[in-house]
Design a protein around this ligand. Sequence first.
Ligand code: PMP
Length: 388
Amino acid sequence: MSKQLLFIPGPVTVAEPVLAAMGKPMIDHRGPEFKVLLESISRKLKPVFGTSGDVVILGSSGTGGLEAAMTNMFAPGEKVLCCPVGVFGDRFAEIARTWGVEVEVLPTAWGHGVDAQALKARLDADTKREIKGVILTHNETSTGVQNPMGPLADAIRAHGALVLVDSVSGLAASEFTMDAWGFDVVVAASQKALGVPPGISMVAISPRAWEKMATANAPRYYFDLRKAREFAAIGQTPATPPVSQCFAMDVALDRYAETGPANVWARHQRYTDGIIAAAETLGLELFAQPGVRSVTVTAIKVPAGIDGDAIRKTMRVERGYVLGGGQARLAGTIVRIGTMGDISQTDVLGMLGAFEMELLGAGLKIQVGSGVQAALRVFLEASQPSAA
Ligand code: PMP
């Protein structure tokens, strides 16, 4: 099968007009057209983050944005409270340790979200204000968990610690209100819910964070956010930016606004609801607990005796649907289905049909078609006009 639809949680299937924008001729990245482009992107990104503050872009994947956030905000020896709920939260903590930032971990069992009360209790106990920052993951791609950001923001507020958030696989797929939640640095990436090819990390920065950065002295060069801000003021980036991705990002942001954010959020929720309904109808278990399930990636446990990686391989090679597998200690135990990118309801139904065929072929006793039907019912209900 030469055609592939990406149901991995990024990079995602990119819409044709966004891809086409990548083919535009190169421009001078220190010239007037790029200035207009950069200002346009930064302006349009602000409402996506829910901020009136600055949003800078970096030529990197999401991990570069995470590294920039950590190294610009905290100095070696300062203490942060990391709240990982999976692989990517662990990565954020690892970045901190690599730079000599002291890390305390608030543990959470995988599949769960951070417990706001436990977070508040830990911060309340920090009467000497030794904890300078709280490190959160909005959407944990490895476990399919979306943390309850409002309650977590409430739990942190009284303490006053700076808050860094990895929203690489969350931003733009559901409402995000950085300013209202009082977050200080929020990191996202192009290849996720905004549906752009990889290459840009977007970093939103609060006024309080800029103040802190003015005094932070950890070594940094390429990922110097203050330098990024200085250059943004003249419509440039400190080093050569990924110009083609910038063209694509501008088109993707226009499409996001034209579709309407609420419709984009509803689409992610609906696709997720459809996939969850299908999984449950087929008797499959979900990895993430109810109430904290991600709208961008659904993690489904592979039933005992079934080889999930073999199913994913046949899905990709013979049916053209690419699903994600488990990472780190979840390798081989879950299948992750992404809902971001340019996919339609009928793409989702087709993918679920192929998944059922593979499960059946692997010997699982399922009622064929029942998963697809459950998802179809979710989609049809959502398309009914609501009763007045
Ligand atoms: N954080 C999260 C939540 C992610 O999903 C990812 C990518 N899957 C990253 C960080 C790392 O981003 P990148 O691969 O773009 O460096």
